[in-house]
Structures are given as C-alpha cells and as structure tokens.
Design a protein around this ligand. Structure first.
Ligand SMILES: [Zn+2]
Length: 404
C-alpha cells in the first residue's frame, strides 16, 4: 500500500489549525471548532465518494464500498483537551482517512463496507463525560448525559441542538450486528515506545479504572493552643494516605495510583485541618489487579486513620472494567506492523479509549499505537511524519485484509 505522505502531512496541518495556535490545540467536544473539524473531515470523505452523515451524538461517519454485510469501522476522536496537542485522537482519524484513500488509490475494491468515524467529545473536558460519542453509539451513555452542563450552564442537549441535532444523543445507538470490527490508531500516551525506539505498538488491553473520593474527618482546632499530642489533623492523616496510595501501586505489576486533587477545610494557616477530601485514581491492566489495589488502598486508609484517631470514608464515583481487546485483531496488527518493517510490542493502554466501548458492546476491536515523543495532552505531543506514515500503512494493510 502506498500512503501519500504529503497528503497526510498537509491534513495534519489543516486539522490542527482548527482550534490551534502553533502546536497547541484546543478543540473541545461539541464546540464550534469541533464542528468545523467534522465538516473538514466529512468533506475529504465525500470527495472520495463516501456517503457522509452525522448521528445524534455528533459523530461523523463516511461509508465506502457497495459490499453488503457488516462494515469495518475505523477511526478515532476529533476533540482535544484544552491546550492539548495536534495528534491525540486527530492522528487516528487522519490515518483512517489516509488508509482508505491509499487503498482506493491502489485500486482496491472493498468487498465489505468500510466506515470511517470521527468520534465526538472523547476527552470529556467540557461536560465531564469521557468517551461521549462512542458511548452513545454503543449504547453505553450514563443516564441523564444530555442534561450535563458545561461551566457556562449550557447542556449537551443545547450544544447538540445548536448544530441541528435533536438534543437526544441516546438516538445515536447503532446495531452492533452491522459492524464486523472496529480499528483505532492512536498515539501512545506514555513513553514506552519512545524508550524502546519503536514507532508502533499493538494494544492488548485497556486498563480498568476506579475513581473515588476519600474524605478524612479530623478535628478543627487552634493551631497555637492545641498541643501536638491532642490533635486529630485531617491533612496530616491524608498526607500519609496519599503516600500509601503510591506505595500500594508501586507494589503491584502494571498498576498506577494517583491523588490529583486535594481540598482542606477550613483552609487557614492558623487552623488545624478539620476535614480533608482527596481524589483517588487507581488503574491496572487486569481486573484482579484493580481489585487488589483497591483492597490494599482501603486497608491502608483504615490503618492510618485508626493510628491517628481520625475517621474516613471512601466513595466510589466510577468503575470502568479492564477490557482485553480482540486477540485476532491484535495478531492482525502485529502482522501488519511486521509487513511495514516494525517488530511491534504488545502494550496495554493506561488511558481509556473509544475502543473500549466497541469491544464491550461485542464488536471485535483492535488498536494500534503510534509513538509520541513529548507525551500527550500537551502541545509537545508529536508523532513524526515517518511514524505517522508507518501507522497509516499498517492500518491500511489491516483494512485491506478485513475488507479488501
Ligand atoms: Zn485520545
């Protein structure tokens, strides 16, 4: 397959100009910029003969091929985080378009339909619902999603109506019997490929995640008059708990634990903290490890609370199961990577992806990672043109095998 490198590079620049300034891109879900990006992508697809439509959750699709039977779906998301980069999500959509065009350029005729998709609002940066578009398409939206509002009070339903949709994203749900497979290319959001000097990796699993809120109840006291032996300092206890989260995650293979938010009440320099609330983000490659890590962290929080005479509670806010992706598609991507000269390692994904929704809905799903230097969710994220071309070629070969 011959990928048109100049076309791919030009489109990376064209798409990142929408909501972009320099290498920084802000293209939030359901914003005017995301809508412009959808129109740009839809235009490319239409120009190559696709039937293009937008669904009730503002996902954009382009369907190729006269073949009947279930389609092969390929794509990624078109939104970004605030002040993110040019590649997270965007590269997967651009490489999907390029892979289809490269096959068409080579005269390949699709024996089954191929659909390119650009998912709406994967990041959840504006309304707080991550994987919004793919959740809608695969019937996995949380209840009441349409009523969720951004900081200005505008709801998802309002934002959908503003671009001409009904305002009910649940209607985007599609029949999974119409889909043979979903393929997604995405930049790796960690350093593993860069460290190994490899341009491509194949995703084996997507991590399981537990989000919780921990509240530590101490006793608010005067910072001068309360002797050290008489204190129940909520923040000092929480500090030990934060370090215990770190140790617990370090002790397990392929597990991570993060406390990213903390609030102290009442929050004054001359008051012993009476209450402390912190966030908990626990992730691991497989369910058993997520459960183990959760048990270890809960036990540590109890133990530290007891030893310091403070009470605490742990409220679970969300729990996403670890998702093993389809083994046949994993092997297909490993083979296709080899065909473009890359001995791609199998990696698990520490971030959530739209691909977990399709797999959980029963659509065989495969994911290909492209090396990103400079991490992700920042303006320095970078997939080089060489790496992007390798990714697009491997993706095209996989598409050809499934639908060519
Ligand atoms: Zn992404």
């Amino acid at each position: 397959v011959t990928v048109d490198r100049a076309r791919l590079e030009r489109r990376i620049a064209e798409l990142s100009a929408i909501g972009g300034s320099g290498t920084s891109v802000t293209r939030l879900g359901l914003s005017a910029d995301e809508q412009r990006a959808r129109e740009l992508i839809g235009g490319w697809l239409r120009a190559r003969g696709a039937t293009v439509w937008r669904d009730a959750a503002a996902n954009v699709y382009g369907r190729f091929g006269e073949g009947t039977g279930p389609a092969v779906l390929v794509g990624s998301h078109i939104d970004s985080v605030p002040e993110g980069g040019r590649f997270d999500g965007a590269l997967g959509v651009l490489c999907a378009v390029e892979a289809v065009e490269a096959l068409l350029d080579d005269g390949v005729r699709f024996r089954r339909p191929v659909e390119v998709v650009g998912w709406c609002d994967e990041e959840g940066a504006r309304f707080g619902i991550g994987l919004f578009g793919s959740s809608a398409a695969f019937g996995r939206l949380p209840d009441g999603a349409a009523a969720r509002a951004d900081r200005t009070g505008l709801t998802i339903a309002d934002a959908l109506r503003a671009i001409g949709e009904s305002g009910d994203p649940v209607r985007a749900k599609r029949e999974t019997s119409g889909l043979a497979a979903y393929l997604e290319l995405h930049i790796e959001q960690g350093p593993r490929l860069a460290e190994r000097g490899l341009p491509l990796g194949v995703v084996s699993d997507i991590v399981g995640i537990l989000h919780a809120r921990v509240t530590v109840y101490g006793r608010q006291d005067h910072a001068g008059a309360t002797v050290m032996s008489a204190r129940q300092d909520a923040l000092a206890a929480a500090s030990e708990m934060v370090l215990a989260v770190e140790s617990a995650a370090r002790a397990l293979p392929d597990a991570v634990g993060t406390v990213g938010e903390i609030a102290v009440r009442p929050g004054a320099k001359n008051v012993v903290p009476g209450e402390c609330v912190f966030s908990l983000d626990l992730r691991a490659r497989d369910e058993a490890t997520v459960e183990q890590l959760t048990r270890d962290v809960r036990a540590a929080i109890r133990r530290i609370g007891d030893s310091r005479g403070v009470k605490s509670s742990v409220d679970v806010l969300s729990r996403v199961a670890a998702v093993p992706l389809d083994p046949k598609l994993r092997d297909l991507f490993l083979r296709c990577a080899k065909q473009v000269g890359v001995d791609a390692p199998e990696l698990f994904s520490g971030a959530g992806h739209d691909a977990e929704n399709s797999q959980l809905a029963g659509v065989p799903t495969g994911m290909l990672f492209v090396r990103s230097t400079g991490g992700s969710h920042n303006p320095n994220e970078l997939a080089t043109p060489d790496d992007a071309v390798l990714g697009a070629r491997a993706l095209a070969l996989a598409l050809k095998e499934l639908a060519g």
